[in-house]
Design a protein around this ligand. Structure first.
Ligand SMILES: *Cc1c(COP(=O)(O)O)cnc(C)c1O
Length: 363
């Protein structure tokens, strides 16, 4: 196809991030402090932990030194939190880097990957970049269809990605279903449970991969500091896996992949339980408020365990997304779900702004 890149790379449609506040300010002449509400990237509307900001400030005077390449203090704190060993932890430049690293470390074009559709767009991106063929298995009732995903596994399948809760639907797969899935998969298949929103999940049958390690030898649990920890700008994520797997990922990982200021902030954030609790409780209350408001506008909300909701607006979503931008409300339109918007849960004033702008736009 191209002289320069593989067919896989040539076929990649670049990742579309949430529209930045600065762009909306520039395009529509709005006041960033007063007029713009960003509910597009599932960030923590309460911001980072104050302890994380302090730690980052203190770390600044040391930025002439390279960071600790092993992220030893942070890895040790994560290992303690999950009752595992430091050697079972890999820290990455966001969990995004870890997803790519895992594919690069363990998959070749002779292998095969399985994931849900729609789910996190980075899974196909990482596979296409490495020439790894994949099967995208449609969701069922907005949820991962684990039996269909298991049925899509062949002798070549090296990796299965399950976002739990899923993005962009916010749905989760419950413990019983997940346990059966993990038990039945061949040992040679790596299962990546991407738990970017785990801390928000409140369903009684939600269970983290961190608690299911005994069920499958090649289970990788991915977490991030970008969502509930409010550190998206610092780019820190982590993965829990068997030490034998982690040793391979460390060989492929670039040295110094996470900066020193980011490591310090993440370590402090991990210890700020009250901030975590406040964030979780506010999200739970506001997710209900936002969902009710959207339902009140005649829209269909997919029940969510995350810090965003997927809403079916029963008409072409792109013009509604554009009209909301002009009102200073940034949400997410989704190419593969043309009648849906994904809206992050904000503070009460932000959610009210979003609902009133939507009411105006929808007429
Ligand atoms: C936001 C998100 C991530 C986290 O990305 P980072 O690179 O850690 O910022 C990972 N997986 C899913 C499903 C997400 O929605």
């Amino acid at each position: 196809m191209s002289d320069w890149v593989t067919d896989g790379i040539a076929s990649i449609r670049p990742y579309q991030p949430g529209t930045p506040i600065a762009e909306v300010v520039r395009r529509f002449g709005l006041d960033p402090a007063r007029d713009v509400v960003k509910l597009a990237s599932n960030e923590n509307p309460l911001g980072p932990s104050p302890l994380a900001i302090d730690a980052a400030r203190q770390a600044l005077s040391g930025v002439h030194r390279y960071p600790d390449s092993a992220a030893a203090d942070l890895s040790a704190a994560i290992a303690r939190k999950f009752t595992t060993t430091t050697d079972a932890v890999v820290v990455g430049n966001g969990s995004n880097e870890l997803l790519e690293l895992i594919v690069r470390t363990f998959c070749t074009p002779q292998h095969h990957a399985v994931f849900g559709e729609p789910s996190f767009v980075v899974y196909p991106l990482a596979c296409l970049a490495q020439g790894v063929p994949f099967t995208a298995v449609p969701l069922r009732d907005w949820k991962h269809d684990l039996p269909a995903m298991a049925a899509a596994v062949t002798e070549r399948t090296r990796i299965v990605f399950v976002a739990n809760p899923n993005n962009p639907t916010g749905t989760h797969v419950g413990e019983a279903e997940l346990v059966g899935f993990l038990r039945d998969l061949p040992d040679g298949v790596i299962v990546v449970l991407d738990e970017a929103y785990a801390e928000y999940a409140s369903a009684p049958d939600y269970r983290s991969g961190a608690d299911l390690r005994a069920l499958h030898p090649h289970l990788i649990t991915l977490r991030t500091f970008s969502k509930i920890y409010g550190l998206a700008g610092f780019r820190v994520g982590y993965a829990l896996m068997a030490e034998s797997l982690a040793a391979y990922v460390h060989r492929v990982r670039a040295p110094f992949n996470v900066g020193s200021v980011a490591q310090a902030a993440a370590l402090a954030a991990l210890g700020d339980e009250p901030h975590l609790r406040r964030s979780r409780e506010m999200n739970l209350a506001e997710r209900g408020f936002l969902s009710q408001g959207l339902t009140g506008l005649g829209l269909t909300v997919v029940p969510s365990e995350a810090n965003f909701v997927l809403v079916n607006i029963h008409r072409d979503a792109e013009p509604v997304y554009q009209a909301l931008l002009r009102h200073g409300v940034i949400v997410r339109a989704l190419g593969n779900l043309p009648q849906c918007l994904r809206i992050s849960v904000g503070t009460r004033p932000e959610n009210e702004r979003c609902l009133s702008a939507l009411a105006t736009v929808l007429g």
